[in-house]
Design a protein around this ligand. Structure first.
Ligand SMILES: NC(=O)c1ccc[n+]([C@@H]2O[C@H](COP(=O)([O-])OP(=O)(O)OC[C@H]3O[C@@H](n4cnc5c(N)ncnc54)[C@H](OP(=O)(O)O)[C@@H]3O)[C@@H](O)[C@H]2O)c1
Length: 265
């Protein structure tokens, strides 16, 4: 049976991707850095015990990622897909206000965590002879600039570049690496992004126009990842056409993604 490992899958988008992979008949390894979040995640899903593993893994630590590969490979004998999804938001503030700890944490989690995860997965996949790696990007990956999101945007821009460059390096190996662009999702991430620049209602307004609960892009992108056989592919949920359509739709239909407990999943 095919296997997927997802970093940062104890909540939000990662958890929803894991659930969808279970629906598609995969073995799924869920992971995160916080034990309570991970336990809550496992309690929230219905599954046949043989199909699910959960492991603590802090992506800022390469040894944790290597251990995640080793344990899951030993358990199921193959890893078909590895998704570097763990990521954190920045407080919306101008970069000169950001603390050293915040800068370090965002870069170590979003960028170095993806670097290390990709290295570990590719080394393992080269030995097993097959596999696909996907890296989750977000705001900044297309080069868009917004006041207060410099740190996060830089980290995701770098992940997009790194993934493209890695695809070039993987040519001829038979392995595939690609980029996942899930759009804007109402998860804990949105609250973490609170800061001095934008107030809550401004942030919620734009999410209500363009955003989704995380299960929506997860369902769409899991299928795309399974079907994709092209190295270097960018898999996008919120296309430019969809953005235009959503702005027009917003003139007629108002959504309130924050007034539901669905996003607490
Ligand atoms: N929400 C959006 O609008 C949006 C848009 C585009 C892209 N994204 C990206 O989508 C990904 C998932 O975000 P989300 O919206 O689902 O946020 P979320 O609900 O906050 O989930 C983030 C996940 O990453 C894990 N994580 C955080 N720090 C970690 C660390 N050091 N080591 C391992 N795991 C860690 C969290 O678990 P623990 O805290 O338990 O470790 C959690 O499972 C991120 O890469 C984010 O940048 C989000």
């Amino acid at each position: 049976m095919k296997t997927v490992v997802i970093t940062g899958s104890s909540k939000g988008f990662g958890l929803e991707m894991g659930k969808e992979f279970l629906n598609q008949g995969y073995h799924v390894a869920f992971s995160g850095s916080n034990e309570q979040n991970l336990n809550n995640a496992i309690r929230s899903i219905t599954f046949d015990g043989e199909k699910v593993a959960s492991m603590l893994c802090d992506v800022r630590n390469r040894d944790d990622l290597q251990n995640l590969w080793d344990v899951i490979f030993k358990k199921w004998g193959r890893i078909d897909l590895w998704i570097n999804n763990a990521g954190i938001a920045q407080k919306a503030e101008k970069l000169w206000h950001s603390s050293t700890a915040d800068v370090k944490n965002v870069i170590e989690t979003n960028l170095l965590g993806t670097f290390y995860g990709t290295q570990v997965a590719v080394n393992g996949m080269l030995k097993q002879g097959f596999g696909k790696v996907y890296n989750t990007v977000g705001f900044g990956s297309t080069g868009m600039i917004r006041t207060g999101l410099n740190l996060y945007g830089t980290s995701k821009h770098a992940v997009a570049h790194f993934t493209k460059a890695f695809a070039n390096e993987l040519k001829g190996t038979g392995l595939i690496i690609g980029t996942l662009q899930p759009g804007m999702m109402v998860t804990d991430f949105v609250n973490a992004a609170d800061g001095s620049i934008y107030n809550k209602s401004e942030v919620q307004n734009i999410y209500n126009i363009l955003g989704d609960l995380p299960d929506v892009p997860a369902k769409y992108l899991v299928k795309k990842m399974i079907d994709n056989n092209t190295n270097g592919k960018l898999l996008t949920w919120l296309s430019n056409t969809k953005v235009i359509f959503r702005f027009i739709k917003h003139l007629f239909v108002k959504r309130d993604l924050f007034n539901t407990d669905a996003h607490q999943k």
